[in-house]
Design a binder for this molecule. Structure first.
Ligand SMILES: *[C@@H]1O[C@H](CO)[C@@H](O)[C@H](O)[C@H]1NC(C)=O
Ligand SMILES: *[C@@H]1O[C@H](CO)[C@@H](O)[C@H](O)[C@H]1NC(C)=O
Ligand SMILES: *[C@@H]1O[C@H](CO)[C@@H](O)[C@H](O)[C@H]1NC(C)=O
Ligand SMILES: *[C@@H]1O[C@H](CO)[C@@H](O)[C@H](O)[C@H]1NC(C)=O
Ligand SMILES: *[C@@H]1O[C@H](CO)[C@@H](O)[C@H](O)[C@H]1NC(C)=O
Ligand SMILES: *[C@@H]1O[C@H](CO)[C@@H](O)[C@H](O)[C@H]1NC(C)=O
Ligand SMILES: *[C@@H]1O[C@H](CO)[C@@H](O)[C@H](O)[C@H]1NC(C)=O
Ligand SMILES: *[C@@H]1O[C@H](CO)[C@@H](O)[C@H](O)[C@H]1NC(C)=O
Ligand SMILES: *[C@@H]1O[C@H](CO)[C@@H](O)[C@H](O)[C@H]1NC(C)=O
Length: 451
C-alpha cells in the first residue's frame, strides 16, 4: 500500500463513520448546491460527527463531541462508467449516440486512439491499421519520429458539435523513457473522422507552426464561419497557441512565450495532501519543481468569443478573445502578434493547478482541480469560480467532455488517471494502480453547439 492508498482509506473511514452517524451539513457557499445536486445529507462537503474511537482518548465526554471534518465530497454523485485495465488514458470524448472515445499516450502501447467496447475494454479506432505506423523512429535521424499518416501518439480526442471525432497526434512517441522529437511536417497532425471511422480530413502543420520540439496537447473547435481549431502547444521550449483554419487547412501561432502560457517558476502542486515534484528516472535523476508543463487545458466559450486556457504548472485561468487569434500574423497583418498578446485577460486564481477545461451551453467553464480531487467551474457572469464536484476517487481529473445524449441527459465525462503517480514524478517507480477510471456526472447544461 502506498501513500495515496493509505490516504484514500483514511478519508473513506472518516467519511463512512460520519455518514453512519448523525452528521449534519455546514457547507455554506452562496452558490451551493449547484442544480441537480442530491440532498446535502447524501453528498456533503463538511460533516460533524464523533470521531472514530482511535482518534479520541478515553474521556467519554470527548467520545461524544461532534467534530467538524472534511468528507472529501461535494456536488452530484459521480458515476464510474469505465475501468481501464490495459493502457493509461488521457482523453475522453463522447458522441450524441453515447459512443465514448479515448486515447493513450504512446510508448509501447499497440494503439493510441480507441473507442470503448465494453465497460472494461477498448478497441482501436478507427481500426488497428490506422494505429500502426511502419515504425516510430526515423532511421536516418534516430532522435526523430517519422512522418506518417498513421497515428503515432494521440494526446487528445474530441467530438465536435457535429458529432465528428478529432484526434490530435503530437507525433512524438516515448521511446526508452524519453520523448522523441517530432518529424515535421507530417508526424504531428489533426485527423477528423466520421463516427463510423471514415477519415474526413487530415491537417498537418508547417514546421514554422509546429516544430520538432512542439508538444501539441489539447484542442477545441469553433464551427462558425470557416471553422477554427485551437490547440495548446505545451512544449517547454515553445509554449503557445496554434490556430487552424479548418476550411483552408492553414495554421499559425499566437501568444508565444506570453506569461499566461508558461509554467509558473518554482511551482509545486499537492496531490492527496502530498507535494509533488518532478523526479524523472532519466539522468541526472535530479528533483526539480513541477515546472515543465506549459499551457495545457483549453476551452472555447459557448458563444465562441473567448478561448480559455491554463498552464498545467500554475493555478490561474486565462482567456483571450478569439477575434484576435483568428488574425494570422503576416505582412498584411503585422500587428496581429502584439495585439493578441495585449488582449489576454487574467480570470483569476483556481486554487489548484488545472489540467482539462470544458464548456457547456450555459456559459460555464468546467475547470479540473487535481489538487482537490475536484472539478470546479468558472462563471463568467460573476467572474468567480464555483465548487462543482469533489470526490476522493477523482484521482487527477485529466480531460473533461460535455455531451448531450440522444437517449436523454446531459453529462460531464472525465478521466481520472493518477498522472502524478507515474514514474516521471516518482523516481522511476510506477505508483499508479490499475484500473484507471472514467466517470461521469449529470449537469444541467448541454453541449455547446459551436455553430
Ligand atoms: C440528529 O441530531 C439532531 C440534533 O442532535 C436531532 O434533532 C435529530 O433527530 C437527529 N437525527 C437522527 C436521524 O438521528
Ligand atoms: C435527505 O433529505 C431529504 C430532504 O432534503 C429527504 O427527503 C431524505 O429522506 C433524506 N435522506 C436521508 C438518507 O436522510
Ligand atoms: C482507527 O480504527 C479503525 C477501525 O478499527 C481502523 O480501520 C483504522 O485504521 C484506525 N485508524 C488509525 C489511524 O489507527
Ligand atoms: C511497456 O511499457 C510498460 C511501462 O513502461 C512496461 O511495464 C511494459 O513491460 C512494457 N511492455 C513491453 C512489451 O515492453
Ligand atoms: C474489444 O476490443 C478488443 C480489442 O480489439 C477485443 O479484443 C475485444 O474482444 C473487444 N471486446 C468486446 C466486448 O467487443
Ligand atoms: C526522416 O528524416 C529525414 C530528415 O532527417 C526526412 O527527410 C525523412 O522524410 C524522414 N523520414 C520519415 C519516414 O519520416
Ligand atoms: C532504445 O533502446 C534500445 C535498447 O537499448 C536501443 O537498441 C534503441 O536504439 C533505443 N532507441 C532509441 C530511439 O533510442
Ligand atoms: C460514414 O458516415 C458518413 C457520415 O454519416 C457517411 O457519409 C459515410 O457514407 C459513412 N461511411 C460508411 C463506410 O459507412
Ligand atoms: C531514486 O532512485 C535511484 C535509483 O534507483 C536511487 O539511487 C535514489 O536513491 C532514489 N532517490 C530517492 C530520493 O529516492
Amino acid at each position: 500500500m502506498h501513500f495515496s492508498q493509505i490516504l484514500f482509506s483514511l478519508v473513506a473511514v472518516v467519511a463512512t463513520s460520519a455518514a453512519a452517524q448523525n452528521s449534519s451539513n455546514v457547507f455554506d457557499f452562496p452558490e451551493y448546491p449547484p442544480p441537480l445536486t442530491p440532498p446535502p445529507n447524501q453528498t456533503i462537503a463538511d460533516g460533524i460527527a464523533p470521531l472514530p474511537q482511535n482518534e479520541t482518548n478515553q474521556d467519554p465526554a470527548l467520545a461524544q463531541a461532534k467534530i467538524h471534518f472534511d468528507t472529501g465530497r461535494f456536488g452530484p454523485a459521480i458515476e464510474l462508467v469505465h475501468a481501464f485495465f490495459n493502457f493509461w488514458p488521457t482523453g475522453v470524448a463522447v458522441s450524441s449516440d453515447g459512443s465514448v472515445f479515448t486515447c493513450f499516450p504512446r510508448g509501447n502501447e499497440t494503439f493510441t486512439l480507441a473507442k470503448l467496447n465494453s465497460s472494461t475494454t477498448e478497441a482501436p479506432f478507427p481500426n488497428e491499421d490506422a494505429n500502426t505506423p511502419p515504425s516510430f523512429v526515423n532511421q536516418s535521424s534516430p532522435a526523430f519520429s517519422i512522418a506518417t499518416d498513421k497515428l503515432i501518439f494521440v494526446q487528445s480526442v474530441v467530438v465536435d458539435g457535429q458529432d465528428r471525432v478529432w484526434a490530435l497526434d503530437t507525433g512524438r512517441p516515448r521511446i526508452n523513457g524519453s520523448m522523441l522529437l517530432a518529424a515535421t511536417p507530417g508526424g504531428p497532425k489533426l485527423v477528423g473522422y466520421d463516427l463510423n471511422g471514415t477519415t474526413i480530413t487530415t491537417i498537418t502543420f508547417p514546421d514554422s507552426v509546429v516544430a520538432s520540439d512542439s508538444s501539441l496537447n489539447d484542442v477545441r473547435f469553433d464551427l462558425r464561419g470557416d471553422g477554427f481549431a485551437y490547440i495548446t502547444d505545451s512544449s517547454m521550449q515553445r509554449p503557445g497557441i496554434v490556430v487552424v483554419n479548418l476550411k483552408t487547412g492553414e495554421s499559425w501561432r499566437h501568444l508565444d512565450g506570453h506569461p499566461s502560457v508558461v509554467p509558473e517558476a518554482g511551482f509545486v502542486p499537492f496531490h492527496n495532501g502530498i507535494p509533488t515534484y518532478l523526479h524523472p528516472p532519466t539522468p541526472p535523476n535530479a528533483i526539480t519543481f513541477f515546472n515543465r508543463f506549459a499551457v495545457d487545458g483549453i476551452a472555447l466559450s459557448d458563444d465562441g468569443e473567448f478561448l480559455y486556457y491554463a498552464p498545467l504548472a500554475g493555478r490561474r485561468l486565462w482567456r483571450v478573445p478569439t477575434s484576435v487569434l483568428k488574425v494570422q500574423p503576416s505582412s498584411t497583418n503585422p500587428d496581429a502578434t502584439v495585439l493578441a498578446q495585449q488582449a489576454v485577460q487574467n480570470m483569476g486564481d483556481t486554487g489548484s493547478h488545472v489540467d482539462g477545461l470544458e464548456t457547456d451551453d450555459q456559459g460555464f467553464i468546467y475547470v479540473s482541480a487535481p489538487e482537490h480531487n475536484a472539478i470546479n467551474r468558472f462563471n463568467p457572469k460573476t467572474g468567480r469560480i464555483e465548487p462543482f464536484v469533489r470526490d476522493p476517487a477523482i484521482q487527477w481529473p485529466d480531460t473533461l467532455a460535455v455531451v448531450s445524449l440522444k437517449s436523454g441527459g446531459n453529462f460531464l465525462y472525465f478521466t481520472a488517471n493518477q498522472l502524478w503517480l507515474s514514474p516521471d514524478y516518482q523516481n522511476g517507480t510506477d505508483l499508479r494502480t490499475k484500473p484507471y477510471a472514467m466517470f461521469r456526472v449529470p449537469i444541467e447544461g448541454g453541449i455547446a453547439s459551436q455553430t
